[in-house]
Design a protein around this ligand. Structure first.
Ligand code: NAD
Length: 249
């Protein structure tokens, strides 16, 4: 039985999609939520949905790639909420499909800034509190493209692969403080990020189970990894992709 009573979860990019589903599921299970997103309006909507469930919510409107602003707001959120027990590094942007010769510096940098720097520096900001309490759960949201690659999205694939590396490095570094660090690598999920115009073809080609995931199907795994039931799991990458990355032995 997962019980998040008295716990506070910070979820980046929780104004929409998977992040919002994580926020609502963790709130259903008793957590108070820090909603972070660069869209202040959708972040406020998620916070209202959390409060409607009888839980507390605190909004951080910031770009995770703006390190100083986001870190200062995380520190203020922790002071306001008393603690941050769970961090879900979820904020992300989809790939603009380009071949390698066409990919310019600003596009590549933005992809790395949002996914890699965003994940790194949000984690850095919650770490002192987690270490002081001697416990914490960090769940990073990567992608099946970080595992198996995809043509014409080298910036997205490499940024997501870097999150797998951070997960494993941190699992080892933070283990003495009983801070678990794991990663979910979703395949296609039905959010604003997937393109409905091409989904039927892509799914027929890539997904044995024949559909996209619902955002809550990612949230179920986030809740599990953030719970005491997963105290002995760290440094792992959990694929949730309808069978897209099945490989032989
Ligand atoms: P989404 O577009 O529905 O939601 C992403 C949220 O993140 C939005 O609310 C957006 O405003 C916010 N965001 C984006 N950049 C931000 C930034 N720099 N700072 C703060 N907030 C920011 O997308 P989603 O599908 O829910 O994606 C969530 C995560 O899942 C992303 O990391 C994405 O790469 C990953 N993912 C999604 C899919 C998919 O098919 N949807 C597949 C694999 C991985």
């Amino acid at each position: 039985m997962q019980d998040f009573d008295g716990k506070v979860a910070l979820i980046t990019g929780s104004g929409a999609g998977i992040g919002r589903a994580d926020a609502l599921l963790l709130a259903d299970k008793g957590a108070d939520i820090v909603v972070q997103d660069f869209n202040a309006e959708t972040a406020a909507e998620t916070a209202d949905l959390v409060r409607a469930k009888g839980r507390e919510a605190h909004v951080i409107a910031s770009d995770v790639a703006d390190i100083a602003d986001t870190q200062a707001k995380i520190v203020a959120a922790e002071a306001a909420m008393g603690r941050i027990d769970i961090l879900v590094n979820n904020a992300g942007i989809g790939a603009d499909y380009r071949n390698t010769e066409e990919l310019d510096g600003p596009s590549f940098r933005r992809m790395v800034d949002v996914h890699v720097k965003g994940t790194f520096f949000a984690t850095q900001a919650v770490l002192p509190g987690m270490k002081a309490r001697g416990t914490g759960k960090i769940v990073n949201i990567a992608s099946n493209w970080g595992q198996r690659g995809n043509a014409f999205a080298p910036h997205y694939c490499s940024a997501k692969a870097a999150i797998l590396g951070l997960t494993k490095a941190w699992a080892k570094e933070f283990a003495p403080w009983k801070i678990n660090v794991n990663c979910i690598a979703p395949g296609w999920v039905n959010t604003g990020m997937s393109d409905p115009a091409v989904m039927a073809d892509v799914i027929a080609r890539e997904v044995p189970l024949g559909r996209e995931a619902a955002p809550v199907e990612i949230a179920y795994a986030v809740a599990y990894l953030a719970s005491a039931e997963a105290d002995f799991i760290t440094g792992q990458v959990i694929p949730i992709n309808g069978g897209d990355t099945i490989v032989g032995i």
